[in-house]
Design a protein around this ligand. Sequence first.
Ligand SMILES: Cc1cc2nc3c(=O)[nH]c(=O)nc-3n(C[C@H](O)[C@H](O)[C@H](O)COP(=O)(O)OP(=O)(O)OC[C@H]3O[C@@H](n4cnc5c(N)ncnc54)[C@H](O)[C@@H]3O)c2cc1C
Length: 510
Amino acid sequence: MASSRNILIIGGGTAGWLCAAYLAKALNLIDNPHLAITLLESPDIGIIGVGEGTFPTIRQTLRFLEIDERRFIRESSATFKQGILFTDWLHEPQPGKRHRFFHPFEAPFYSEETTLVPYWLLQEPNRRRSFAEAVTIQDRVAGAKRGPKRLGEPDFDGPLDYAYHIDAHNLAHLLAERARELGVIHLLGELDHSDIGSDGAIEAVALKDGSKLVADLYVDCSGFRAELIGRALNSPWRSVRDRLFADRAAALKVPYENPDAPIESYTLANAHEGGWTWDIGLAGARGIGCVYSSDHIGDERALEILRDYIGPDFDGNSVRLLSFDAGYRERQWVRNCVSVGLSAGFLEPLEATGLVLIEAAVGMIAELFPHQGPVDAPARRFNQLMTARFENIVKFLKLHYCLSRRPEPFWRENSDPSTIPEELRELLAQWRYRPPGRFDFILDVESFAFFNYQYILYGMEFQTDLSAGRSDFPKVAAAEKLFDRIRLFGEKAAHDLPSHRELVRELTAL
Ligand SMILES: Cc1cc2nc3c(=O)[nH]c(=O)nc-3n(C[C@H](O)[C@H](O)[C@H](O)COP(=O)(O)OP(=O)(O)OC[C@H]3O[C@@H](n4cnc5c(N)ncnc54)[C@H](O)[C@@H]3O)c2cc1C
């Protein structure tokens, strides 16, 4: 006979509600009399929500949850995201001259006969187009403020790879609605403390009102407070601040000048002396923030940077200051408690890896879910895989910083080899003579593929010297033809695809 299982999720931010909805769907909660999923959320403690970027994986997750794309876009104030435009990361801005590069979601164009990357590398550096412009049409489409798909194309599908910018508060509401439809029980209340048994497992959680809740599996989605995994179970935090220096963010929302103002379909990431700013176009307002290292600049300076960036619309009173210690827990699953979201780890906002890590964790919990038997083996596996995922992201984020030639101390220290992970240093040494390839990475524990590395490396003018092997790449004429076709397709797509603002407006019209 099947035994009953109880899952208790603490926290109602995007981590908690995504976890609730996903597990409810994956474990068939609505038709399963032996399973209960309850989510406890404090009505008084707010959630983080600054205007977040997502990964293309979110489309698969939403499809799995059977949330249609229009509903998602309407209710999450979402817009499309086709990548990130980096400005001033390589050099300080000079009068009339700023360095920019685009990191699109779309992989470089690839055909059976020709891989374009070596041919681009062998072109004359001063005469070739930028890497992203040369190998994909997405740079041109996003640059022309066009959306990645046409109206009428199937949900979550289109000619170009894409994700979204979202309002995390609204997304949490939507996921909550979906989780409740799928049978999740929603409780309002504040956890006060947890009872830990002699075996180190959680026996019960006590609420401020004096009641207690008991479960077989506890999921800690309580954000930076980490009520269970941190406060109750003391699972150590592994800080990565020796490699990723940012530890503060100042964030605010800024309304558009007028309701028809164009919306960018990429995140703007502008480097400054002690970090960088993000600018995310949501449906109703822009989410803007300044990320910085408190060892290098103070809060006052960060606010000044924001004020300069935003101009007259800057409203100092609406700024939220957030502190974090870049890092993660090596043991995110301890006995009968697994942590997901900010309680498990947070590196920094660069490349928007918060939600994708939640998606990865939730997918793994659903697969490894201990229907019966001991929990320690799946927990060990989960911890190994999540540790690898976090470490790989550290490597990728560090790549953005360590290639900079900016002169300020923040940037100089970032390119000091002692702050660069050894594995990344080794890869960089190899990539001097060949471009990143798929065998450099084990995809099951990666959030970024080899082509993501290519976009950052070549956007930052990293030199891969193939000249000694020029004769290994004889299909120059075919490659040139492909580059031309990409350019022409890009022009055509930038003309044919709808404007981003128009696409969002049409998709959200009832
Ligand atoms: C500056 C910044 C920028 C970011 N940018 C991005 C981005 O661009 N892309 C991205 O993917 N991610 C980003 N993130 C991360 C992203 O915001 C989070 O990963 C995501 O929102 C999940 O948060 P969470 O649900 O873990 O925590 P929270 O949103 O903090 O939610 C915590 C929940 O726990 C509840 N809670 C806490 N204590 C108790 C208690 N004692 N009893 C009951 N309930 C309790 C709270 O009420 C709340 O519901 C960013 C984060 C920061 C700080």
